[in-house]
Design a binder for this molecule. Structure first.
Ligand code: EPZ
Length: 420
């Protein structure tokens, strides 16, 4: 297992390019199922999850080619003849559930392994399934698989309401609705930029979608869609992670190829800690010096403070000059990084979904273990800020969502190396 050896307390300085969004690329790759032929996704990040989605599509009979050099993913679904997503692949990536809607819409059936829970919570897909059922699919659960069938009929448009603004639920049902007969309305839909990026590509394929980015999305189904050629949006979570890295090391970093408006909530909170966060033509400039001020955050669906940046921000608060409260409202168990941070000297108390973080003067290097994607990012940030040497174990979690993290950090002056 690979790990990262990091010697901390080095201010990061310089410019870092943000890669394409993982959470936009995954639904976009699934959307290629909706149109026979060759779709091209430009700017796709060279991440394990992208390769896993590619492997899933190939297992179904589609052709997938990824050239990391020019960040190009090509998916040709003309030969897709096996609408099945096996447990072996799905267990490594829950976002595989995104093939469900497109497969049912275009092939009339799908057999997709139920994505098990993961470190951060149970993460059910009941809202995805209820929506497909309302659109006319028959849903069965068998030996850990979801089997959805339309029995030769076409999905029909329906009015759907989400109890929670589920991101992949919104994406799955928007894709299914694109080929359904009639109009589908999604109420309390997710408003994330990745949903908007998917809607943009679907519209270029010939779909008729109004309202993406808001809570009410209307999709008028069409008979056929054509392949897309699309530039994926930059990864706002990677950008936010580097912004916090600049703040936590008292550095001065220019984050390039970013849509600043996609991380407004994070920028506002970073400014409250005393960091300077400036939109410039070249990108987002983040500068900080001295101890951050303590700041309270509550994670909520977009455009609120993203749950995917909660662990990173908590790390910044560990050395703040006061006590901060962090309220995690999206997932029920997203504090797995806390015991690891405490091993580095952090003073954190948990009560259910709330964390009280009492700032300490400095974190101390230690051996720590990553448990999930964003927890691994937070431990890297903690090691970058800590006095002394740290080793972050199980960084395969990190490689799922961050392209060449250590190379980007080295370019910013960090003392980091990947060791086997
Ligand atoms: C997406 O996951 C992201 N993944 C997650 O990013 C992100 O943390 C999450 O949205 C929230 O922003 C991708 O886009 C691939 P949800 P998703 O459905 O769609 C509950 C990362 O680090 N829920 O919006 O699975 C669910 O349990 C990952 O890149 C139901 O109850 O999240 C959760 O509490 C981690 N029933 C809440 O809704 C459902 O049918 C939000 O989940 C669906 C969801």
């Amino acid at each position: 297992m690979e790990k990262l050896l990091i010697r901390g307390a080095v201010p990061l300085k310089g410019a870092v390019p943000v890669s394409g969004s993982k959470n936009a690329s995954l639904p976009l790759m699934a959307a290629a199922i909706l149109a026979g032929g060759r779709s091209v996704l430009r700017g796709a990040p060279a991440l394990r999850d992208v390769l896993t989605m590619g492997a899933l599509l190939e297992q179904m009979g589609a052709r997938f080619h990824f050239s990391p050099g020019d960040c190009l993913a090509e998916i040709d679904t003309a030969g897709l003849n096996r609408p099945l997503a096996d447990y072996e692949l799905v267990k490594t990536m829950r976002a595989s559930v995104l093939v469900l809607g497109p497969l049912v819409a275009r092939h009339g059936m799908a057999k997709v392994s139920l994505p098990g829970g993961c470190a951060i919570g149970a993460r059910p897909i009941n809202l995805h399934l209820a929506g497909l059922e309302k659109m006319g699919a028959a849903i069965e659960l068998e030996e850990g698989y979801v089997i959805a069938k339309t029995r030769g009929k076409r999905l029909k448009g329906a009015s759907l309401y989400f109890d929670l603004p589920t991101v992949t639920g919104t994406e799955n049902l928007m894709m299914a609705a694109a080929l359904a007969k009639g109009v589908t309305v999604l109420e309390n839909a997710a408003r994330e930029p990745e949903v908007v990026d998917l809607a943009t590509a679907l519209s270029a394929m010939g779909a008729r979608i109004e309202g993406a980015g808001g809570s009410l999305i209307e999709i008028e189904g069409v008979d056929e869609l054509r392949p897309y050629s699309h530039d994926v949006i930059p990864d706002r979570i990677e950008a936010a992670t580097f912004a916090v890295a600049a703040a936590i090391t008292g550095g001065d970093v220019l984050i390039k190829n970013v849509r600043p408006e996609h991380l407004d909530a994070v920028s506002i909170k970073l400014r409250e800690t005393g960091a300077s966060v400036k939109k410039t033509p070249a990108g987002l400039k983040v500068k900080a010096e001295g101890r951050p001020r303590s700041v309270n955050i509550t994670t909520t669906p977009y455009p609120g403070f993203p749950t995917d940046v909660q662990a990173q921000f908590m790390t910044l608060m560990c050395t703040a000059d006061g006590t901060s409260t962090i309220n995690e409202t999206v997932f029920e168990n997203r504090f797995m990084h806390v015991p690891e941070l405490k091993r580095m000297g952090a003073d954190i108390e948990l009560q259910g979904g709330m964390a009280a973080v009492r700032g300490v003067p400095a974190l101390k290097g230690a051996q720590v273990m990553a448990t999930d994607l964003r927890a691994s990012a937070c431990l890297v940030l903690a090691a970058l800020a800590a006095e002394g040497e740290s080793i972050v174990h199980r960084i395969y979690h990190l490689d799922r969502g961050y392209e060449q993290m250590e190379k980007k950090l080295l370019a910013l002056g960090a003392d980091v190396q990947r060791i086997k």
